[in-house]
Design a protein around this ligand. Structure first.
Ligand code: AMP
Length: 281
């Protein structure tokens, strides 16, 4: 396995593989890899001849009051995980290689970015779309792997690939959870022992909502209320949003008639966590 920070080198390697007729899988990450990332990497390894994992904490997707400077890092441990999985290249560029001082070209998204995390984190998806487009240009892979944990991000990336004709297939991967149900996240490492216990409220409240949907509830306000009431019982939890949206357009829905995404963002102490599930009618 090679760890490359040069844009030219990684692009050269991927183009060379493709000329040889090999297929290339790409897993973009911000590092501090856990079982969630590992599941994406495993899928990429199974479906491709070669796999590139990028590790880049993208500064332009963090708001001024967000956790960019504290974002956890452990390249050694990430290298170990990638090596064990059979990854061929880790692409680990420096900020200055990715963003010129006068960097000025951004990719924006309308409709799909307006609700959920797009509402709470106004510049977030512009940063995500821009870095993903850059990475797809640097690493011309056949397939790229993204987690359903970031469901809005996945929907947005599928849309930019369609709208801007990127020659890459986007593969969504299911959410990997801790044994108590908490979705694995690099940000879980911020939680104190007490907060970690409290954090299970996200999963538990989503499970309650799922039960009600399975019993035939069609009113999204009822679903939201069940989740909100549940989360509010947890003293360490503060709701950012609880929303029911159409799983393709990410628009808020009142009546549940098509495939929906139930998505939540909750602060446990200072740590903002997200979770979701999709429900097919
Ligand atoms: P991040 O490093 O947080 O930017 O995540 C990189 C990729 O891993 C994204 O596509 C995430 O959706 C995915 N991911 C993160 N956590 C999980 C998880 N618990 N289960 C599945 N995918 C995940």
């Amino acid at each position: 396995m090679e760890v490359l920070n040069s844009i030219e080198k990684v692009r050269y390697m991927v183009n060379m593989w493709k000329k040889e007729g090999l297929t290339v899988g790409f897993v973009p990450t911000m590092g501090y890899l856990h079982e969630g990332h590992k599941s994406l990497i495993e899928k990429a390894i199974n479906e491709n001849d070669k796999v590139v994992v990028s590790i880049f904490v993208n500064p332009i997707q963090f708001g001024p009051k967000e956790d960019l400077s504290n974002y956890p890092k452990d390249l050694k441990s990430d290298m170990k995980l990638c090596e064990a999985e059979g990854v061929d290249i880790i692409f680990n560029p420096e900020n200055k290689a990715m963003y010129f001082d006068d960097f000025s070209t951004y990719i924006d998204i309308n409709e799909l970015g307006e609700e959920l995390c797009g509402k709470s984190r106004p510049i977030h998806f512009r940063g995500v779309c821009t870095v993903v487009a850059k990475l797809f240009n640097i690493i011309p892979a056949n397939k790229a792997y993204f987690g359903e944990k970031d469901a809005q991000q996945l929907a947005i990336i599928k849309r930019i690939v369609r709208d801007l004709n990127f020659d890459i297939e986007i593969i969504g991967c299911s959410i990997i959870r801790e044994t108590d149900g908490l979705a694995k996240s690099s940000r879980n490492s911020y939680l104190s022992k007490e907060e970690r216990k409290a954090a299970v409220i996200l999963f538990k409240s989503l499970e309650k909502a799922k039960d009600i949907l399975n019993n035939g509830e069609k009113n999204s306000e009822v679903i939201r209320k069940v989740i909100i009431d549940n989360i509010e019982k947890e003293i360490l939890a503060k709701i950012d949003y609880v929303q029911v949206v159409d799983s393709l357009s990410m628009r808020v829905v009142d009546k549940i008639e098509k495939s929906i995404l139930v998505a939540i963002a909750v602060k446990i102490g200072k740590t903002r966590l997200i979770d979701n599930f999709t429900f097919e009618v």
